[in-house]
Design a protein around this ligand. Structure first.
Ligand SMILES: C[S@@+](CC[C@H](N)C(=O)[O-])C[C@H]1O[C@@H](n2cnc3c(N)ncnc32)[C@H](O)[C@@H]1O
Length: 188
């Protein structure tokens, strides 16, 4: 596909790209052919949204909601990339502060992909929001969990410690995954 991600094809160009993302979905037990209600926090030029649209959204009832304030990136560029993607018609792009979106939404999601503000408190906020808005079998994926982004690591480590009784960390079994994933713990 002739996408225009400029220098911002973060998703395909690093370890959080297609291989490990696919691997995370497999580990988390996300069925590729099933109907998925997906939320993306942080869309940029749309590279991660396009990957999800191309690879995991073939079910007719799958949807993806992308939230970004588009202060640094151009909404029209992101939208034109997403329109080119395989299931672009199932993607809704919202120009909105994530803080406002998470205050308003009552939905639950099968997959919540977090790649927005990389500071400690926003990441913590996203994590708590995501746990609350996850379906029983859903998975939360946090990008840039690496030494390059120590505040993402700090937030995730704080969250997982505090919420250790409510979540299960996905064992990704990758040397340097650059990605973190958790599910809601099922009470049997
Ligand atoms: C690293 S980029 C996302 C890259 C994208 N996931 C990809 O793979 O191409 C981070 C995005 O988060 C957005 N962002 C950061 N803080 C935000 C906030 N508080 N509300 C809305 N969007 C925000 C920025 O505008 C930026 O586009």
């Amino acid at each position: 596909m002739n996408y225009n991600f400029g220098d911002h094809n973060y998703f395909a160009s690093n370890l959080s790209g297609t291989n490990s993302f696919q691997h995370v979905l497999d580990v988390a037990g996300i069925q590729q052919g099933s109907a998925l209600n997906i939320l993306e926090l942080g869309t940029g030029m749309g590279s991660s949204a396009c990957w999800m649209s191309d690879n995991i959204m073939d079910h007719p009832d799958s949807t993806l909601t992308c939230v970004d304030h588009f202060l640094a990136f151009n909404l029209d560029l992101a939208q034109s990339n997403i329109d080119l993607s395989k299931n672009g018609n199932k993607v809704t792009v919202l120009r909105q502060l994530i803080e406002q979106f998470i205050f308003d939404t009552t939905e639950t999601y099968d997959l919540i992909y977090i790649d927005a503000n990389h500071r400690t408190w926003p990441v913590l906020t996203y994590c708590f929001f995501a746990l609350k808005h996850l379906t029983d079998q859903g998975v939360v994926i946090i990008d840039d969990y690496s030494s390059e982004f120590p505040e993402v690591q700090e937030a995730v480590e704080w969250f997982t410690k505090e919420m250790s009784e409510s979540i299960d960390i996905c064992d990704l079994d990758l040397d340097d995954p650059n990605i973190f994933a958790f599910k809601r713990r099922q009470i049997s």
